[in-house]
Design a protein around this ligand. Sequence first.
Ligand SMILES: NC(=O)c1ccc[n+]([C@@H]2O[C@H](COP(=O)([O-])OP(=O)(O)OC[C@H]3O[C@@H](n4cnc5c(N)ncnc54)[C@H](O)[C@@H]3O)[C@@H](O)[C@H]2O)c1
Ligand SMILES: O=c1ccn([C@@H]2O[C@H](COP(=O)(O)OP(=O)(O)O[C@H]3O[C@H](CO)[C@H](O)[C@H](O)[C@H]3O)[C@@H](O)[C@H]2O)c(=O)[nH]1
Length: 336
Amino acid sequence: MSDRSASSPCVLVTGGAGYIGSHVLHALTDAGIPAVTIDNLSTGRRRAVPGAVPLIEGDIGDASLLERTIREHRVDAVMHFAGSIVVPESVSNPLAYYRNNTVNSLTLLDTCVRLGVGNVVFSSTAAVYGSPERVPIDEETPTVPINPYGASKLMTERMLRDAGAAHGVRSVILRYFNVAGADPEGRTGQATPVATHLIKVACQALLGRRPALSIFGTDYPTPDGTCIRDYIHVSDLADAHVLALLHLRRGGESLVLNCGYGGGASVHEVVEALERVSGERVPATLAPRRPGDPPQLVAVADRIRERLGWVPKHDRLDDIVRSALVWERSLDHPAP
Ligand SMILES: NC(=O)c1ccc[n+]([C@@H]2O[C@H](COP(=O)([O-])OP(=O)(O)OC[C@H]3O[C@@H](n4cnc5c(N)ncnc54)[C@H](O)[C@@H]3O)[C@@H](O)[C@H]2O)c1
Ligand SMILES: O=c1ccn([C@@H]2O[C@H](COP(=O)(O)OP(=O)(O)O[C@H]3O[C@H](CO)[C@H](O)[C@H](O)[C@H]3O)[C@@H](O)[C@H]2O)c(=O)[nH]1
């Protein structure tokens, strides 16, 4: 055990080899906060994990591995990213989603309670709101998920709330809106080649790594007919996680917080931003609506600023798409 881990408590980051988890590991390392990660590398990559952070290759469904890690590293807090994230896959294979997102979260939470780890930061999603009637969406909006992915995450939120009441576990539940972009220093980014997220797919199309971007639906009730989303830069999201951890370590109360900027961009606006920053055309074709896409998802994002003192640094759409494009160029694998 190193001197540092002997003196300071450590945060266990599940899924730290993945897109968002790896950005958070870099943010923790930059802030001098000791961390350890467990990842089964099902979608994550070993090289996304900063060198200073021990990577334990294993599954969070393995209670004895969790227990060993928590004891050996003097873990006092957990940031829980590990999970399955593809919405259509959750529709075709729901039980796999309930197993990985809900059952494994239960194992993790149960282990935390048994070992007295009382601080949990959880990656939730705007998908818990489903297709709300009113936009923008505040945290009191009813949670009515419309797919198993959203339902599987909402169940973990519920477990955290109940475990808080019964066992004193305090949690910050972060409901991410549309996460995009990459580390401005180029240390990590979204690396899975089978991407479905708009900004990543648009970058791949611009670079000729896929034939074209399909714009799913141009007849929505929005000003330009395409869907509107609240895109948040992954590095700003990573900063929010560090603040959430510090809040809990200070003894702060449990919170549920939207993570977005409170503004929206349409699919056309995203494409225009990418063309503006690159000076190149995004090959795009107009396609029918994708099933299950709500016309607008925009956060009311005041609470996170008030409660955590979060101040975003990368909230211009041009910055988000530029960082995504720089990262995409650095990847050596072609898209499928
Ligand atoms: N990407 C988004 O836009 C988005 C939006 C809302 C919420 N989220 C949530 O954020 C979290 C991270 O998402 P991401 O985009 O970084 O996805 P990702 O697939 O890049 O990261 C998930 C990581 O978890 C690991 N993992 C999965 N199951 C595991 C298991 N059973 N045991 C150990 N490791 C396991 C994977 O190998 C991967 O490294 C997820 O919980 C997701 O639901 C993501
Ligand atoms: O090739 C593409 C991909 C996406 N889109 C459109 O771009 C918008 C954004 O789509 P994404 O797939 O990038 O993201 P989603 O809004 O579908 O969902 C994401 O954000 C949600 C919360 O807002 C959940 O967190 C979910 O897990 C996460 O995938 C949608 O209108 C979609 O139809 C296209 O036109 N073409």
